[in-house]
Design a protein around this ligand. Sequence first.
Ligand code: ZN
Length: 242
Amino acid sequence: MIDFHCHLDLYEDPMKVFDEVKGRKTEVLAVTTSPRAFVKTSQYFKGSNNVRVALGFHPELVKQRFSEKELFFEQMKSARFLGEIGIDGSQRARQSISEQIEFFDEVLHTAAVYGGKVLSIHSRGAVKEVLQILGKHEGKYVAVLHWFTGSAKDAEKAVELGCWFSVNPNMCFTATGKKVIGCIPLDRMLPETDAPFTQKDGVPYMPWDTTVTSYFAKENSIGIDDMNELFHRNLQALINTK
Ligand SMILES: [Zn+2]
């Protein structure tokens, strides 16, 4: 199974989840929310073939943890995967939107200079802003829009910009989520959980969860193993992108 956006370090018992992910060989993009968290999680998964740790700076934390900005750009030199990064325009985070936009723009500019980075991007309540900045630095990295909540038109624009998408179980159960999913080409899509923030009956999804894969298997009238294989081919294609 694949989980291309999971906060492994934020589960109640991270060590237990870490070990199980290793044991099950689940392919995980372990996103982090601050440069310090990236250092810690990277140490644990050093040498792992199935867990890639992404350097993140959650948009909601950008203003309050401004002092870690330098550390972020230092680590960015060697980190191939970035996330979670992006812009959050929801009510709670809106007061820092100008700092978020400035930081995100600088990160994308830097990613474009280095080349070859893979980015897991947060765009809650700020889809237009995110797409606008992506458009400025088009084609210099792979942008994966995680839990995309834009309109069908926004999704089409993102596809035109070359974006990929990671889809979580919540998106498969809501009318708006399904609408977005319908606009995404199957070869630009990967499953995610965004756990522990997504839950089923009060219990966080686990990285090896099959909900998204089952949903797409049913939608495309193929078996779950075939669907899983297709997602693995997508992952390989994404990783091989230069
Ligand atoms: Zn997340």
